[in-house]
Design a protein around this ligand. Sequence first.
Ligand code: PSV
Ligand code: MN
Ligand code: MN
Length: 426
Amino acid sequence: MQLTTENIQESNSRYVALHQKFFATLASQLEDGGISVEKILSKIRSFQIAVPSWALGAGGTRFGRFGIGGEPRSLEEKIEDIGLLAKLTKSTDAVSLHIPWDIPSDYEAIMQLAKCHNIGFDAVNSNTFQDYGQEKSYKFGSLSHNDPKVREQAVAHNKQVIEVGEKLGSKGLTVWLADGSNFPGQQSFRRALDNTFESLQKIYASMPEDWKLLLEYKPYEPNFYSTVIPDWGTSHLLCRQLGDRAKVLVDLGHHLPNTNIEQIVGILLGQNQLAGFHFNDSKFGDDDLTTGSIKPYQLFLIFLELVAGTEDGCQSWESISWMIDASHNTKDPLEDLMQALVAIKIAYAKSLLVDRVKLTMYQLNGDVVMAQEILQKAFLTDVRPLLKEARLQSGGALEPISIYRQHEIRKQLIQKRGENTRATGL
Ligand code: PSV
Ligand code: MN
Ligand code: MN
């Protein structure tokens, strides 16, 4: 798949004059309002979001899957795809692996390849939610299972995942459990949670000193009556008892409808308990829709909490992990990921425009109307010229999707990899 720096420059030359016009107007408007455009650009440039290895193929639903063609057949090809995203968007510099889907066969070679593409290894994900030939079934749970032998196997798997991550230079283990029950009476809530804690303790103890444990929660699916870690409160409870390096991971899709996610983020951040994010969007549940496609205002409010909490010193920006977790079956996954990366940075850039001094003043004075005005002013600003300028300065593409289409990258991938390839994942 060929996309050179010259190709990107050639494509940019078509759009740059128009971009400069829009950028100059926005920049002078922001500077007049006392905002340093250079500071915002530097924050947008340096903000990088990891891409999960399972998002590079066309995702399925319970009812069907429609392949896109040219899907990566190996970890190597997944890294090549992420390398392309990095080159065009300058917004991702890491891959998050799911084990056993992505066990490298040759560590040296895979690290070399990743380095060539300027890609590092983000948190590694364990998988105890499927049977993939292991001795004991996870049908009735893993870390929470009633049978100590199944728990041991699940703990051993997590330890192996840590070993894989260590060899690659990862610094975190993400644990998401499908454990739970489908019917009342099936499981003792307390026993399941106690077993889970005991298992997590063993995993936590085997993590290197400079690693963190990112613990996800999810209220339902694949279990539909109860899950062992249904909400941030339960995740937080476990993390607090495990130790400082265990923190709560917020997957935006893992909430019941209308949950105030920005408040959860604010509270966790205030307590230095936020491990990171799985970005996606949701209309009904864990829909894994493209980030920012359904509720961009919510995403902006989440970023406002992140900016406020980190600026106020509750937790450092660097201590938070950023990852996309989305995959569905009607878009080219690479185009979808480009849209997601842009949407995340749009929300971030808008949150940086909020006049927090004034906002605090209005809050303290009980001026509800003006507090809302402050948020609306930032949210309704079209910040896309800032993102484009940041990409241009970093050597990325002004119009990533256009150049991707112009060079018929998917067609090239199909020619190289085949029509019916299937990336490992869900
Ligand atoms: C579960 O719904 C989840 O969000 C977890 O993060 C998994 O690791 C991921 O999806 C992929 O299955
Ligand atoms: Mn997730
Ligand atoms: Mn999910």
